[in-house]
Design a protein around this ligand. Structure first.
Ligand code: ATP
Length: 541
């Protein structure tokens, strides 16, 4: 986004996503379900392309014979696909069972639940009566706070100037006394409970009898499947370290306040890779993956002015991590200057493998095996399996260190949607300038690569266009359309983000050429039918 352009409207983007089939609310005909979304015909193709681009960059196009520029040595990459429900002990040792929680506050009056760290408010008074009116943080927070204040003081909107604002908008966690706090949509003051820890793992039961023994969890991240399979992968593939093991799959978190469209949801897909390496080289690898992951987003079209790499400060780091950085994007639903996390790249040391070997570790990386769980058994017991790596050439034995780039497929897809969304001006059939909505996806991500049209529905044009369509369909996702005026057909494909529109016209039947219209420049060039496949392949690359 350049400075001269207005901020993109998130509600326009959400409306477009629904109207043309990128993203729908889950179970919409029953009123929807909070924090859950479905991908429509265009969205599913887009998200598949995002995941495929990641898999290709991480795994299939990786050349492990050569040392890549910036890497200490040659490395291997493999994939994995693990179950979404794992042994409950996995979550005790990973720390999720005890620590994977957010603080929440409940409103006793409205029964609504909010994430404590995501609530904001503003001190406001009228005469001697002073309150702290609140709202969930977000673009419309100022409006919601004002509405609450007006309601509390019994004022109409036109009398908003009678409100005496005593502070700027500040986070709720800075307020010690909750008795003067007015919760969102509540009538009474002081209805918020003190913040309480809330575990984000979604529970289920395995088998016919519901009991403590049958209790299991839907995975809150894909990473643990990789750690617990480290030995299996090493034994079955005979790879040497450094080795990256990658996985794409669903994860579940019982988010207290899912929001911002698909940014924070309760079911989402992650693209995670655990890179196992020698401790002495782990810092070089951390820097390597940190830079490479940022480049991936840039190469696929996220503008550098909307992207940033934010290194965590010392006090933000987990005790086992010596470096963590987030790739962040300036989503349009955030205030100007704010960024939202797309991916975290973390140096995790040997924390995870050691935990699964010895039991959950404490702050000083000592195993906490002695605490007893609800069932009276040792709570934090590890697998007891030897997860050391032995280098056959050097004979050295060590617990590998791990670098973890952990990305969200849905957040990446949303960022590509927001970045692609463009409203510009284009001439219509009569040559008059009209507003045009166009999704400027990188051709590799575009759901449909090319659309094929006969200019008119006669003179043999539909037959030739269908032949071209069927020939290209073997290689790309292409679309055939003969309905409506050609200009309207172009506009529909602009909204879907189709990079090329191929039109069969009168000249085609004479010289076997077609026009190819470029989505972004709207320029048309004549291309031989025989060259179409190669042309699309080149540009998609
Ligand atoms: P946040 O601070 O935004 O909750 P996180 O730091 O907890 O994210 P990680 O545990 O590092 O996230 O997960 C890795 C990636 O998974 C995130 O960068 C994000 O892209 C994705 N992700 C995590 N939680 C969600 C969610 N609730 N909805 C959609 N994507 C998510």
């Amino acid at each position: 986004m350049t400075e001269n352009l207005p901020k993109k409207s998130m509600s326009d983007i959400v409306a477009l996503c629904k109207r043309i089939g990128f993203i729908f609310q889950s179970s919409e005909i029953y009123g929807g379900l909070n924090g859950l979304w479905d991908y429509g015909p265009l969205g599913v193709e887009l998200k598949r392309n995002v995941k495929e681009a990641w898999w290709r960059d991480m795994i299939t196009h990786h050349d492990d014979m050569n040392t890549l520029p910036g890497t200490p040595e040659a490395f291997s990459m493999v994939g994995l696909d693990c179950s979404t429900i794992m042994h409950p002990q996995v979550w005790r040792c990973s720390g999720h069972y005890d620590l994977f929680s957010d603080e929440m506050v409940d409103c006793r009056e409205t029964k609504a639940r909010f994430r404590y760290d995501q609530m904001v408010g503003r001190w406001v008074s009228r005469g001697a009566d002073q309150i702290f009116a609140t709202a969930p943080e977000g673009d419309n927070a100022p409006e919601l706070i004002e509405r609450q204040a007006l309601k509390h003081f019994g004022l109409r909107t036109k009398h908003a100037d009678q409100l005496e604002w005593q502070s700027e908008i500040t986070p709720l966690p800075g307020i010690d006394d909750l008795s003067r706090v007015l919760a969102p949509t509540a009538k009474e003051l002081g209805t918020l409970t003190e913040p309480r820890e809330f575990n984000l793992m979604l529970e289920t039961h395995l088998g016919p009898v519901k009991s403590d023994k049958s209790r299991a969890f839907l995975r809150p991240e894909t990473a643990q499947g990789i750690f617990v399979n480290f030995k299996n992968v090493m034994d079955s593939t005979r790879h040497r370290l450094p080795l990256g093991i990658a996985q794409i799959g669903k994860s579940y978190r019982n988010e207290i306040t899912p929001r911002n469209f698909t940014f924070r949801t309760r079911e989402f897909e992650q693209m995670e890779m655990e890179f196992f390496c020698h401790p002495a080289q782990s810092h070089q690898w951390y820097t390597y993956w940190r830079d490479r992951r940022l480049k991936w987003y840039k190469d696929l079209g996220l503008a550098s002015e909307n992207l940033q790499m934010r290194d965590h400060a010392e006090d933000e780091l987990s005790h086992y991590s010596t470096g963590t950085a987030d790739v962040e994007y300036a989503f349009p639903f955030l205030p100007v200057g704010d960024y939202g996390e797309l991916e975290g790249v973390a140096h995790r040391g040997d924390f995870d493998l050691r935990s699964h070997m010895e039991g959950k570790l404490d702050e000083k990386s000592n195993p906490l095996v002695v605490q007893l769980g609800e069932d009276g058994k040792p709570k934090h017991r590890g697998s007891g399996k030897d997860l050391h790596y032995r280098d056959n050439l050097s004979g050295e034995k060590y617990i590998p260190h791990v670098i973890e780039p952990s990305a969200g497929a849905d957040r990446a897809t949303l960022a590509f949607i927001c970045e692609a969304y463009t409203v510009d001006q284009a001439p219509d059939e009569k040559g008059e300038m009209q507003e045009r909505t166009v999704m400027k996806f990188h051709p590799r991500l575009a759901p449909i690569k090319a659309a094929v049209f006969p200019l008119v529905k006669k003179d043999g044009m539909p037959e030739t266009a269908k032949e071209i369509y069927l020939a290209l369909k073997k290689h790309f996702n292409v679309f055939y359309d003969e309905k409506a005026a050609i200009g309207r057909r172009y506009r529909r494909q602009d909204e879907a983000g189709t990079p090329f529109c191929i039109t069969v016209d009168g000249q085609t039947l004479e010289d076997q050429t077609v026009t190819v219209r470029d989505r972004d420049t709207m320029n048309q060039e004549r291309v031989k039918i025989a060259d179409l496949r190669q042309m699309i392949a080149d540009r998609v690359e």
